[in-house]
Design a protein around this ligand. Structure first.
Ligand SMILES: Nc1ncnc2c1ncn2[C@@H]1O[C@H](COP(=O)(O)OP(=O)(O)OP(=O)(O)O)[C@@H](O)[C@H]1O
Ligand SMILES: [Mg+2]
Length: 268
């Protein structure tokens, strides 16, 4: 294992706190994502996984603590704001608009207008351009056949929909892709496809945060595993350093890992 401690995180959270009234979502939580890695975030229900990524992706504002992207402190006011800084989030349910076709989904919120008066005054969309780029990016990712680019997303299978959402993140030069339980509702083949897509995105140099309860999937795809417990980071381990049983034990507090045995630096 090559450990370089000099690499800077692409996303970093320091001492993050977030409460909802009396309920504590994050309690002095630390977080690091390094360039080009898949970081799994695991933990029991209510451990603060979604709260953590919502704070990072601009859906929530933290009560205190600092978030850095590429070494710059950020304070995203919305997910759109995060997206313009290269941080794209794929939510299980909100990922796609069912009545729109695939290319319209890829370009949702980023539509390209026609050149000249048609675009400026009449706000006409350049559908041809958007379809060409969509077709290319989906076939690059090996996701869908070219004929189906004008299919509405509601006619796609769950896995194809999720693939469109992931492809959307991969099409616009996002640096960081956050996936909250992307395979929770998918069958075996569809899940395998989404996992392959995650590996492909990593090959293209993207950094990926994967929230999942599925241990075999986590152990298949993750470079490092951030274990969240009671609103904070209990440990960071790797599929090589610890077993699935260990990870479950850390999740429940039955096992603790001294800092020197954790994988706090990058492995890639
Ligand atoms: N909008 C909210 N209002 C009030 N409490 C919230 C809100 N969002 C989260 N919480 C609380 O914060 C804590 C952390 O919730 P969070 O959704 O981050 O957990 P999680 O780790 O994503 O769990 P799961 O595995 O079930 O998705 C929980 O106690 C939850 O009830
Ligand atoms: Mg959650």
């Amino acid at each position: 294992m090559t450990v370089s401690t000099s690499a800077q995180p692409i996303v970093q959270g320091k001492d993050l706190n977030k409460s909802f009234g009396r309920v504590i979502g994050l309690n002095n939580c630390q977080f690091e994502l390094f360039p080009g890695e898949v970081l799994a975030v695991v933990g029991d229900n209510g451990a603060g996984k979604s709260t953590l990524i919502k704070c990072i992706s601009g859906a929530h504002e933290v009560d205190s603590g600092k978030i850095f992207v590429n070494d710059q402190e950020v304070s995203f006011k919305s997910t759109h704001d995060a997206r313009t800084h290269g941080v794209e989030t794929v939510y299980q349910t909100l990922a796609v608009a069912p009545a729109l076709d695939i290319s319209e989904n890829l370009y949702l919120g980023r539509e390209v207008r026609k050149k000249g008066i048609l675009g400026k005054v009449f706000r006409s969309l350049d559908k041809k351009h958007m379809r060409e780029v969509s077709t290319k990016s989906l076939s690059d990712l090996g996701v869908l056949t070219v004929q189906s680019i004008t299919q509405t997303v509601e006619t796609l299978s769950g896995g194809q929909r999720q693939a469109v959402a992931v492809a959307r993140a991969g099409t616009f030069g996002s640096q960081v892709v956050i996936l909250d339980e992307p395979t929770a509702a998918l069958g075996v083949n569809e899940s395998a496809r989404v996992l392959q897509l995650i590996k492909d995105l990593r090959e293209r140099g993207m950094s990926i945060i994967l929230i999942s309860h599925n241990m075999p999937q986590v152990f298949d795809v993750a470079d490092r595993i951030h274990i969240q417990r009671l609103g904070r980071r209990a440990a960071v381990v790797t599929p090589q350093s610890h077993t699935m049983n260990d990870v479950v034990a850390i999740m429940t507090g039955a096992m603790t890992v001294p800092e020197e045995e954790q994988q706090l630096g990058p492995v890639r």
